[in-house]
Write a protein that binds this ligand. Sequence first.
Ligand SMILES: Nc1ncnc2c1ncn2[C@@H]1O[C@H](COP(=O)(O)OP(=O)(O)O)[C@@H](O)[C@H]1O
Ligand SMILES: [Mg+2]
Length: 426
Amino acid sequence: MTGMPLFCDPDLTVADTLRVSTGGVGVVFADLGSLRDHLLEVPDDDTLVLGPGVLDDEAFAVADYMRVHRPSLGVVLVRREVTTPLLQEALRSGVREVVHERDALGLGTAVQRSAHLAAAMRNQPGALNGAAVHPQAGSPLSPPQGVPGRKATVVTVFAAKGGCGKTTLATNLAVALADRGRARVCIVDLDLAFGDVAITMHLVPSNTIADAVPLNGKLDPTAVEALLTHHSSGLSAVVAPTEPSAAEQISPGLISHLLEVLRAEFDYVVIDTPPSFDDQILAALDVSDVIALVVTPDVPALKNLKIAIETLTELGYPADRLRLVLNRADAKVGITHAEVERTARMPCSAQIPSSRDVPASINRGVPIVLDDPRHGVSQAIRQFASSQLPQLASSLDRYTQVNGHTGHDAGTQRRGLMKKRRPRTS
Ligand SMILES: Nc1ncnc2c1ncn2[C@@H]1O[C@H](COP(=O)(O)OP(=O)(O)O)[C@@H](O)[C@H]1O
Ligand SMILES: [Mg+2]
């Protein structure tokens, strides 16, 4: 039996308009009490659309309850205004998607996605708790599109200091590489405790990397598909856990395994990181073709850059994988880009200007590369993507030649080394 979408709003006309706008199928309710009675009787309904008249707190409480007691029921929230704090709260409570009340098309797609996911979960009970979910047709991991032997270019954005612009670069780089759906790109948020890729990109994920923990050892493309959140620009994301404490459960082995699957399915994998070297990040660096080191023109950032380069060199990462990205390059703080290059002993591959439009775009939840493609920041990031990354896509065998299948051994040795010497990262 297939499920029906349910629509709830204190104003029944509004609930019915929502129903009609998604194709006219479903049941409408004016209050949460009668909705609950219906849910107790009918176990197969797959989507619950809460209209703009349902209060935020009530909606979050419903989502929170459903994700435990009815995980296959996707809660979609329709709001008059979609703000970052609202998205944050929605994310925490388990709301699957938030749609603006005037976005009828978006609502239709959200309802369809929810139905697909629920059908997959019915076929494979417990999918989100451990087993696999069938990918949606046309989604990046669906097997027919997979190219045998494909290996994505993996780019890790790193800095041993917070606030340099790692997330800004990673999210915009991913969008630039996706090039409106021309390339298959996945961004992975490995800032496991405090990752903000989801918020920065206005994503409302139903799963995070923490959902991969019970799948350890069984991560295949189909299972990994269930971890992905899709962005309107065409890129996919594996987002960080909502609870910082979940970070500890994510082992370096799990990260290696996840990245191995993603590498086989995408053209590019872009990894955002926390400002520290740890075994989880080393697992990502081990499979990275490019390590973009972000630095801002200030003394603490330069000091940390020097330590980061020394540590990476000591750990055996080849210098030709490193790229220096000077963010806020024009900030008038007395350190020139020549001084940065002298300290790093390598040229800057990109210079991103400083602009108030960057935090403004983050607050809007739209990467500046999409929001204002002609902006100096967008141009610098696109230029970095096109000058430093495309040639790698065709010469990825280089990676295999350098590391062979013994890449894991090299990684294990590095981790051994890290136990001996943990760099200062503040
Ligand atoms: N080029 C830039 N111009 C102005 N502000 C920037 C720029 N790059 C980053 N920022 C701001 O700096 C802050 C930190 O950036 P973020 O990307 O989150 O850093 P990280 O991920 O390294 O901690 C954010 O508020 C962001 O808006
Ligand atoms: Mg960050």
